[in-house]
Design a protein around this ligand. Structure first.
Ligand SMILES: Nc1ncnc2c1ncn2[C@@H]1O[C@H](COP(=O)(O)OP(=O)(O)O)[C@@H](O)[C@H]1O
Ligand SMILES: [Mg+2]
Length: 364
């Protein structure tokens, strides 16, 4: 090959490498492309690209000229200083052996990597800002002394590979940070919503105390409970890492909140875990609030609460030892709100004969 041809080829390879590095943030894709291009441009028989894993202090084979070892569980790994490529990485400089590389004292064979088929090797370390990030090598089956220009070229390519690794790491860190911040922001919003709702409830409660009319006072007190029920959902959303709430925990809180100071009525609950998105959980909280308030206010004796899964349905019931709610249409505001939420938000049905039973699909 004429010298100018060779230089042109090297330049083209370097350009291609830069393009490959910028083509994807998926390191495996970038490595495969580089390995294939290096092999053909240097007229070599093989090219191996290794990634340095700082935690385990090993070099792991990540790409080859022909796409072998794609299976992540069978990737050859070697320690720094182990083998010829490991030596090059440990010493931070190129290592070239023109022939009989497998007879070199530093050679280490891998059972699933038939390296003794190659006579020559040129291995270079991969750095990014002076930090070791990996290694790469080219191999030929026939003896070959790589020229100084080829060593320089492979070193330049290693610099690009280092850049690719750094880019991928930065991208990964940024993505992790963004999703962390997003979830913090969402939690903060739920927290503020909860606090604001509690403030509103306190204001209404103050007003309830300042009023002489018992009916108006009761109406305000019921509104306070509705607002605090929604606040309970936001409180749980603050601590959960998703936009979901476990309704068993939610109902447990509401029982404690609504039952406060109401004459020592016994409450027996059977609550199975039922995880729902925030909006449906809010409907569950409000419906439960109405039914439980009614049992406290209009019912008698022990109150039994159930939240269970029944196939694809969820059943929530509130019963007491009295007559239970009226089955007919003689409803007040509380049961009207409950019926509307069950129908529209939960897409279910409410049955008021003897005790209140709400049944709705777990998902729709
Ligand atoms: N658990 C219950 N036991 C007896 N009566 C009930 C029960 N739940 C509801 N009721 C009756 O149904 C009516 C309507 O309830 P609701 O719509 O919640 O309005 P409110 O509680 O403001 O009266 C109540 O006034 C009460 O007479
Ligand atoms: Mg009521």
């Amino acid at each position: 090959m004429a010298a100018t041809d060779r230089t042109a080829r090297h330049l083209e390879l370097l350009t291609d490498t830069i393009a490959a590095v910028n083509s994807s943030l998926d390191l495996d894709v970038v490595f495969e492309r580089i390995a294939a291009k290096v092999t053909s441009a240097l007229e070599a028989d093989a090219c191996f690209v290794y990634l340095y894993d700082e935690t385990d202090d090993v070099l792991e084979l990540r790409a080859t000229h022909d796409g072998r070892f794609g299976d992540p569980s069978h990737r050859p790994r070697m320690h720094l200083g182990e083998g010829i490529t490991g030596t090059s990485a440990a010493e931070g400089r190129p290592v070239m052996i023109a022939e009989a590389a497998h007879l070199d004292a530093r050679f280490v064979g891998f059972p699933n990597l038939p390296e003794d088929e190659y006579e020559s090797i040129l291995a270079v370390p991969v750095h990014a800002r002076d930090r070791l990030e990996g290694a790469l090598n080219v191999r030929t089956r026939l003896p070959r002394a790589f020229g100084e220009d080829e060593v320089a070229l492979l070193t330049a390519i290693a610099g690009q590979v280092g850049q690719a690794i750094e880019n991928a790491k930065l991208y990964e860190q940024t993505r992790a940070r963004v999703s962390e911040l997003e979830s913090l922001a969402v939690q903060e919003i739920h927290h503020r919503v909860k606090n604001n709702l509690q403030t509103v409830a306190s204001l209404l409660r103050l007003q309830a105390r300042a009023i002489d009319d018992p009916a108006a006072e009761r109406a305000l007190e019921e509104s306070v409970h509705r607002i605090l029920s929604i606040a309970a959902v936001h409180d749980l959303l603050t601590t959960s890492h998703h936009d979901h709430v476990d309704c068993a925990g939610l109902i447990g809180r509401l029982e404690a909140m609504l039952g406060q100071g109401l004459g020592g009525r016994e409450v027996v609950s059977t609550l199975q875990p039922v995880v729902l998105p925030g909006q449906r959980a809010t409907a569950v909280a409000l419906v439960f609030c109405e039914l439980f308030q009614n049992a406290l206010e209009h019912g008698r004796g022990r109150i039994s609460v159930e939240l269970v899964r029944d196939g694809g349905s969820i059943v929530m019931s509130v019963g007491d030892e009295g007559q239970g709610p009226p089955p007919g249409p003689r409803q007040g505001l509380g049961l009207t709100i409950a019926a509307a939420l069950v129908r529209e938000e939960l897409r279910g049905r409410i049955d008021l004969r003897g005790k209140a039973v709400v049944r709705f699909p777990a998902a729709y």
